[in-house]
Design a protein around this ligand. Structure first.
Ligand SMILES: *Cc1c(COP(=O)(O)O)cnc(C)c1O
Length: 409
């Protein structure tokens, strides 16, 4: 039997414990949705006030040079690269994850002329599939094949141009073996594209070591960059000179300020940029990334494994037989989240939110609990599960106020 005291002791020996204090979390709230919108670092407000008042207000347009705005997408990309196992010069911050996926998928297809199929799996996040549907219907002649999550390897053949997968399934938490799958994808000569939306900042990723070709990911989830923070993309060095940008905007031009009439891509990652970068948002993301870079990444991974493991144990201990659980039991095969299932999952999540415990609901029946290892503590797990227990044993979730569905779940 685990007790609240056991968990308080765990917090005392947690090497990441001091990070919680670096975030502005509302008192009394247990925030288990950092996988959807990361918490606010305390340093962000002051940094943004400075960027607005000084960099924008006083330095105005000279900031593009003076305050490093022009280089920021690549400088910040290199910092982020340290979190995802990418050597410098391979990551840019830009656009949204959806748009970046479109960009890298188009480049990948162009790198494999004559091949007519691209593959993803049914565990991918819908926007990735939607963007691929838009791209293939525009291109014509390329088929998108969506296979089951365990069927990717069998679907590979020499007609496949590219495979795009999200490493951690947003619903079940299932984690693909990136290195092994990349190797299989390469064995048929196809390109491997990884979406790290639920990976970057939750545990260390090793893009270079895995041999990934392209990757994309989110700035507002575990990286704590703020709502709608710019996303990132990775292009392995070996592809950079051949990967032609589909969104060939002036910020990716070899010499934007020559104002040539013809597009010529810049060398290296700069060609991944299209239009003028969102500087204010990028400065907020920088605070989140800088904070994460202070952490020991292996401690991040082991804390994530422990938080998810203990949460599942506590749910079974306190609410035995009440929930299904679709989370992989092997911690190396899951992300930093736990996904319980219940027929009335939506109402139960609303009841938890009313009590200050914030998970989210994913259709049709998933209660999704995300554990951002930088700021979620072990006692939080106890408190969240006690609320869950109270909601279930008293039937509180049946109250009509928990039945309504909002636009965003
Ligand atoms: C959250 C998420 C996205 C979000 O894409 P946006 O363009 O930022 O809206 C994309 N892909 C995956 C896998 C995600 O989890």
């Amino acid at each position: 039997m685990l007790t609240r005291d056991d968990l308080a002791k765990r917090d005392q020996t947690d090497p990441l414990r001091s990070f919680r204090d670096r975030f502005d979390l509302p008192a009394g709230m247990v925030y288990l949705d950092g996988n959807s919108l990361g918490a606010l670092p305390k340093a962000t407000a002051a940094r943004l006030a400075d960027v607005v008042a000084r960099e924008w207000g006083q330095d105005l347009i000279t900031s593009w040079n003076k305050n490093g705005w022009y280089e920021l997408p690549l400088v910040l990309g290199d910092k982020l690269g340290r979190l995802i196992g990418a050597a410098p010069g391979q990551v840019a911050i830009s656009d949204s994850t959806s748009v970046n996926l479109f960009k890298v998928l188009a480049s990948a297809i162009a790198l494999r002329p004559g091949r007519k199929t691209i593959i993803s799996d049914s565990g991918n996040f819908p926007t990735d599939l939607y963007m691929a549907q838009g791209l293939t219907s525009f291109l014509g002649g390329i088929d998108l094949k969506v296979v089951g999550e365990t069927e990717v390897a069998e679907a590979l053949n020499e007609n496949v141009a590219a495979v795009f997968l999200t490493e951690v399934n947003y619903r079940s938490g299932r984690k693909h073996d990136m290195a092994a799958l990349t190797q299989k994808i390469h064995a048929v000569g196809a390109i491997a594209i990884w979406d790290l939306a639920h990976s970057a900042g939750a545990f260390p990723v090793h893009l270079d070591a895995a041999g990934a070709d392209f990757a994309v990911g989110c700035g507002y989830k575990y990286l704590n960059g703020g709502p709608g923070a710019p996303a990132f993309l990775y292009i392995a060095k070996r592809h950079q000179d051949q990967a032609m940008p589909i969104l060939s905007g002036w910020m990716g031009h070899a010499n934007p300020f020559a104002f040539d009439l013809d597009y010529r891509p810049a060398n290296g990652m700069r060609r991944a940029l299209a239009g003028t970068p969102a500087i204010l948002s990028m400065r907020a993301l920088e605070v989140g990334i800088d904070l994460m870079l202070e952490a020991d990444l292996s401690a991040l991974a082991s804390k994530s494994a422990a938080l998810t493991d203990i949460f599942m144990k506590l749910v079974e201990q306190e609410c035995p037989g009440t929930f299904g659980n679709v989370t992989p039991s092997d911690s190396t095969r899951r992300g930093s989240q736990v996904c319980l299932t219940h027929h009335h999952g939506h109402a139960i999540v609303q009841a938890l939110i009313a009590r200050g415990v914030i998970p989210d609901f994913r259709s049709p029946d998933i209660l999704r609990f995300g554990f951002a290892p930088l700021y979620v503590g072990f006692v939080d797990l106890w408190d969240a599960v006690q609320h869950l227990k109270a909601i279930m044993s008293g039937g509180e979730w049946r109250e009509t106020r928990f039945a309504a569905k909002a636009a965003v779940t």
